[in-house]
Structures are given as C-alpha cells and as structure tokens.
Design a protein around this ligand. Structure first.
Ligand code: GAL
Length: 342
C-alpha cells in the first residue's frame, strides 16, 4: 500500500504525464502569452453540478490548465463554463446556447448519461467536437463501445475506470489485519453509501469494492437490503450513517462510500455516535479530496482512492486542443486511480 507521500509523488507524475501526453513538444514554459491578435478558440465547458466537491476541483483545474496551454500555444482559449445544476433540462439548454454561439469544441460532463445520444448528436450535427468527461455513457456492460463515441471520430471520453477504484477500496479493507471483521464472527457487516442511481461510477464502485472482499474469501453481509443513495453529498452521507449507526449499533463494521464527500459526512456521524475508526469501525471513500486526506491523517477515515482530477482534466484539455487543431483522436482515454492510506 502506498504511503501518502508516495501517493503525492505519484499524483504529480500522473499529472505531469497527462500534461505531456499531448502532441505538443514539452515546452520550457517560457513561450510568450497570446497577444491581442492571437487566434481565439471558443471552448464550451458544461459541468453537471457546481455543488459537487470533486467536480469543483476538476473544473478549476480545467481553467488553469487551459490558461497554461494558452501561454505555451500562443493562442487564446475563450472558456465559457456553465453549471448544469444537476438538471439535464438545464444542461440541454446550455448545449443549445453553445451551438448558437458556435463553440469550436465542447467539454461535456453530462447531467444524465441516459441523454448522451441526444446531446452528442446535436453537437455532431452542428459540427462541434466533443470531449465527454467523468460520466461515461454505457450500453450494458460492454467496454469502450458506446456508439455515440465509437461512431463519431470527433467525440471521445476521458475518465477513470470505476471498477479499479472499487477494487482498490475493497483491497484497503482486505489488507487490514482483521479484514474489517471487527467482532471476529467471520462476517464483515457493512453498509454501502452510493452516489447516484444511473451513474456507472456508483454502480461499479458498489460492486467491485465488495467483490475485492469476496474474491479474497471474506464473507460479507450488507446490513441494508435497499440501496442507500447519498447523491455524492456530505449531508446525505452523514444522514445515512446516523440512521445506520442508530439502527445497527456495534454490528456495523465497515462503511463504504462511493465518494469522499459522503465519507466525510459519515466520519462526522461516526464521531457523534462515539465510535472509533480503526478500532471498532472502518470507513473508506473515493476521490482523495483534501478533507478526506486530512481525516485519514487524523485517523478518522481508513482510506480513500485518488481520483486524479489533475490527470483527467489535463488529458481532457489536451485532447480538446488536439481536436481544435484537427488532429486525430482516440475514442477513449483512461487515467489510473491510486490507493491513499496513512
Ligand atoms: C465521481 C466522483 C464523485 C462525483 C461523481 C460525479 O467520479 O468520485 O465524487 O464527483 O464523479 O459524477
């Protein structure tokens, strides 16, 4: 298991690799910033919800990395970023506006992946290339095969394989001396706080975290028979954990959260109920947002998984710029997850 220092080093390398993955030669960073007469590209960036903690890191990095690339490329990238407010109707209108404004490229974090076809088709018909990010549209369980992506040479997806994050999360628990079985009765009693229902990250993390335990021969028991949806949000993570701790008491041994913001909520609840992470309960998330990393350092969370927003945002921007330059692109671009524990 990587230490946090090692993780930071790796994250830096991942970020640097992503930064270097464009077809641009590695610059010295001394390229002159674009002047007034520099060519200007209009870039639309549609984010599903500004309130999402991870996507806030991601979107801020998109902006700063475009600024960095503008300096190196000697052109101007005019970024128009919009908040879909977790509403596909709202985002649909924003896409219509991008089309009316004749954007040169669109980076798209779908509000609902079930609307992918409609939105992609609109943009393709308008001749606008698309870089889908973070929310992978899927048809069944088939990998790298979404028709709207593979059938359109100017549409691609940049993301991370959520199965990997689930597996790493599960392995954090498997690697504990007691494998999460606090009371030693041979079964790990857990709850799973999930993101959003139709989201493939949520589905895969839910499935693969537990699969890592069962693959290691560990018996598990989900204390809830119904899905517990926390909508990626901290307050709902706390609320679901409050209910579970009140209902199941010491029987609850592991809280799996599909992301860190919900895990931060769960951590508050664990403290409120007088339980101690690492002693009588375990808690894992995904993303490695700063609050979670701090909680891990304080021993209030067991671990998380780095969802590399730097690597992903830089790759998305590099590919968008390749599209602006008429370069051929791949259908899918993947950035690795990494474990984070103390
Ligand atoms: C996940 C991330 C979550 C949330 C979600 C939005 O990759 O782990 O925190 O941002 O994307 O789709």
């Amino acid at each position: 298991m990587k230490t946090f220092k090692k993780l930071l080093a790796s994250a830096l390398v991942v970020g640097m690799l992503a930064g270097c993955s464009s077809s641009e030669p590695a610059g010295s960073g001394s390229a002159a910033p674009a002047g007034d007469d520099a060519k200007t590209y209009n870039v639309g960036v549609a984010i599903y919800d500004y309130n999402d903690a991870f996507m806030t890191l991601y979107r801020n990095e998109i902006e700063s990395y475009f600024a960095e690339r503008a300096g190196k490329d000697g052109v101007q990238y005019n970024i128009k970023m919009v908040d879909g407010k977790n509403d596909q109707g709202e985002q649909g209108n924003q896409i219509d506006t991008f089309i009316a404004q004749k954007m040169d490229v669109v980076i798209l974090n779908l509000a609902m992946t079930s609307s992918a076809d409609t939105v992609i088709q609109k943009l393709v018909d308008a001749g606008i290339p698309v870089v889908l990010i973070n929310r992978e549209p899927k048809e069944g369980d088939v990998d790298e095969a979404y028709p709207g992506i593979v059938d359109n040479p100017t549409v691609c997806y940049v993301g991370a394989d959520a199965r990997q994050s689930g597996t790493i999360q599960g392995e954090i628990i498997v690697n504990l001396e007691n494998h999460g079985d606090v009371n030693g009765d041979g079964v790990v009693n857990y709850i799973m706080i999930q993101g959003q229902k139709e989201n493939s990250d949520a589905q895969y993390r839910t499935e693969y975290s537990i699969k890592a335990l069962t693959d290691a021969g560990i018996k598990v028991n989900n204390l809830y028979s119904d899905p517990q949806l926390g909508d990626w949000k901290r307050d709902l993570g706390a609320q679901i954990s409050d209910n579970a701790l009140a209902q199941f008491g010491n029987d609850l041994e592991v809280i799996f959260c599909n992301n860190d913001d919900m895990a931060c909520g769960a951590a508050t609840s664990i403290e409120k109920y007088g339980r101690k992470v690492g002693e009588d309960i375990y808690l894992v998330g995904v993303d490695a947002i700063q609050d979670a990393v701090d909680l891990i350092a304080q021993g209030k969370m067991t671990g998380t998984v780095l969802n590399d927003h730097i690597g992903q945002s830089h790759t998305a921007v590099d590919v968008a710029i390749d599209l602006l330059n008429g370069k051929e692109i791949k259908n899918y671009y993947w950035v690795d997850y990494l474990p984070v524990t103390e």
